[in-house]
Design a binder for this molecule. Sequence first.
Ligand code: TXA
Ligand code: MG
Length: 353
Amino acid sequence: MDTEILVVNVDEIDKYDKELDRASDVIKRGGLVAFPTETVYGLGGDGLLSDASKRIYEAKGRPSDNPLILHIADRDDVYKLAADVSDNAVKLMDAFWPGPMTLVFKKTAIVPYETTGGLDTVAIRFPIHPIAMELIRRSGKYIAAPSANLSGKPSPTKAKHVIDDMMGRVDAIIDGGAVDIGLESTIIDVTGDVPIILRPGFITDDMIKQVLGRVEYDKAVLLDEPDYTVKPKAPGMKYKHYAPEASLTLVRGENGAVSSAFAKLIDEAKGKGLRVGLIVTEANRDITGADHICVIGDRNNLGTVAHNLFGSLREMDEQGVDVIFSESFSEEKLGRAIMNRLLKAAGYSIYDA
Ligand code: TXA
Ligand code: MG
């Protein structure tokens, strides 16, 4: 398949009518378009068309029991797709839409089971990225979109990542530059009395508590070691995820102890003839001895860490390292989402410094 690359400058979106029309025509015809959102790039198709959803699973190499998120650009559309919209859901929509939050509802009959992976619930998100909004509006469709990576790879935060994974597998890729947040949306199940976080993200538990007074986590989210008897409520959270090719270990402890542990771990790995990658924050950028070092951001500004996380993992793959050692973060606020992704990427491998 030929993949057309459509470059759109997000700051001058009104100058890109031709590109946006082409992309929305592809969606209208049942084809696939990768596009930027504020969280990560998505791989979009007409979410009410079973065939388009099937093509999405094929393009990603994704198991078809892993449901897709439906993206809307008008919040009233929720009432067409969700059978029951609770007061809690309305409060969350008022507070955080459009934005990086996905809500899980009971689905209506128009949503095909191919899109929901056979579930009676549907995940809905109203993104705030201008290109995503424009693509949804122009196509006149609800766009089903998982992250635009090959299944198992880190989510794409730049057009280059999408091109690396999806060239020849989709009809078009909109290159709208780097995304803003860098981690996927917070997913909240609002089908019961108490809202449940199924996947942590930029919208934190504190922010949700401020609106609803109460929120819980799905048990599977809180694990800090794999437990295959706990089945996550978001089916996608059970798969090996975000994984770089090299084996990743998170190094945990006070900063002084962490830098000495890095020195020891680098020595040991080099002694075995391995190529070593290091993922560090600004404060540790001068550590020597690794074959490749990648600065993930500033520990005092976790937004920078979220923004660079998936790109850092991809960079390590490009550098062909065998093992990666990374700093870890405390699981507060945005740190919860960052550690959720890092722990999965590391297969829960932790070294206590
Ligand atoms: O930020 C995001 O959410 C990005 C952008 C493109 O919008 N999308 C994204 O989609 O991360 P994906 O497919 O990579 O992750 C969707 C997650 C999966 O873990 C899936 O299992 C879960 O959402 N999910 C989807 N529908 C669900 C449902 N009805 N019930 C529970 N979990 C659901
Ligand atoms: Mg994904």
